[in-house]
Write a protein that binds this ligand. Structure first.
Ligand SMILES: [Fe+2]
Length: 346
């Protein structure tokens, strides 16, 4: 237990809020999430795809409403699976976390602490095969919207953006309170700007949490921080076992992905030769590839879809990096997009 002080077991839910829940619902359905339930007492919708649980909080008052006011479309809380929620909360506070207990404004009763950007981190100890909070607190939605799963079944990682100089502080938050371990460090340089990033792995081993810090005023990270009006989640990576099939299913839908320069595909297989998927389909879908002798991953990034937040869609084959080899390509793709938008013009 010493390396997992809170008894962390994974991510149970992500709670979103937005001034336009209709658009967000459409986005979720396009990625394969079905609207199944609504909260018994609160105006909160529950979307599910396999083991991934999303909520959209539409309450007019309360924590999510205030968060929405401050940040626009955003992620106002996450629920962490733990063995014992009360114990996890006590231990977290003992280790220096800021308790959200007694915050009369919180929308849910679960023990909670403040996380990045003063979003909430709830501790949830009813999950998995024993039933869950969605069985207990939610009822069938009066107008459910069921869509076919697009094959996403787990959150692989969530990447945070923080202010310049704050990366170490947030890395310590996750290391000292939750027992995350630092697994990688990156330094990415684009043509105009750069970023550095730490990647942390959860003590339960079920997800990772990279933290990005921007280097310059016009960097992608700073742009995010301005638009989001604070620190927060930059992207959530959803895992599929057959990414090309997932993308085939999403084709023609509303979800737009980042373009990749054609030259990328001229050299990528020198770097990652053992990819077995069809290379034409990989290029057709703008999928990125990374790996080593042991294995590889396929990944693709959506454009910003929730304020400045985007999704990554990922498939892994014996390879657990984040596609560092692609950070450069991704960074440059976003920089091209910034360039098109005239960010560097003055
Ligand atoms: Fe990622």
């Amino acid at each position: 237990m010493s390396n997992n002080p809170l008894g962390l077991r994974g991510i149970e839910f992500v709670e979103y809020t937005t001034p336009d829940p209709e658009a967000m619902g459409e986005l979720f359905r396009a990625i394969g999430f079905s609207l199944e339930k609504t909260h018994r007492d609160l105006d909160v919708d529950y979307y599910r795809q396999n083991g991934i649980h999303f909520m959209i909080n539409k309450e007019d008052e309360g924590f999510a409403a205030d968060f929405r006011e401050a940040h626009g479309p955003s992620i106002c809380s996450m629920g962490m699976r733990v063995d014992d929620a009360a114990k996890a909360f006590d231990e977290a506070v003992e280790r220096g976390a800021k308790p959200a207990e007694g915050d009369a404004n919180a929308d849910f009763d679960f023990p909670a602490i403040y996380g990045i950007g003063d979003s909430l981190v709830y501790f949830i100890d009813k999950w998995g095969e024993d039933g869950n909070i969605f069985d207990d607190l939610f009822v069938e939605h009066p107008e459910p919207q069921t869509v076919e799963s697009k094959g996403f079944y787990r959150i692989d990682h969530l990447t945070n953006n923080v202010y310049k100089g704050k990366r170490d502080e947030w890395a310590s938050f996750y290391k000292d309170i939750f027992g995350f371990e630092e697994i990688r460090y990156f330094d990415i340089k684009g043509k105009k700007t750069g970023l550095t990033s730490y990647a942390l792995k959860s003590p339960c081993g079920t997800f990772c949490l990279p933290i990005n810090e921007g280097n310059e005023e016009k960097s992608q990270i700073e742009e995010y921080l301005r638009e989001y009006n604070g620190e927060g989640i930059q992207h959530i990576a959803l895992m599929s076992d057959d990414l090309l099939a997932s993308l085939d299913q999403m084709e023609g839908g509303p979800v737009q992905t980042l373009d990749i320069a054609d030259e990328y595909y001229e050299t990528v297989y020198d770097r990652v030769p053992n990819v077995t998927e069809d290379r034409d389909r990989i290029k057709h879908h703008n999928v990125l590839v990374d790996g080593d002798e042991e294995g590889y991953l396929l990944q693709i990034f959506t454009k910003n879809v929730i304020g400045p937040i985007f999704f990554e869609l990922i498939q892994r084959k014996e390879h657990d990096s984040f596609g560092e080899g692609n950070f450069q390509a991704l960074f440059e793709s976003i920089e091209r997009d910034q360039e098109r938008r005239g960010v560097f013009d003055d």
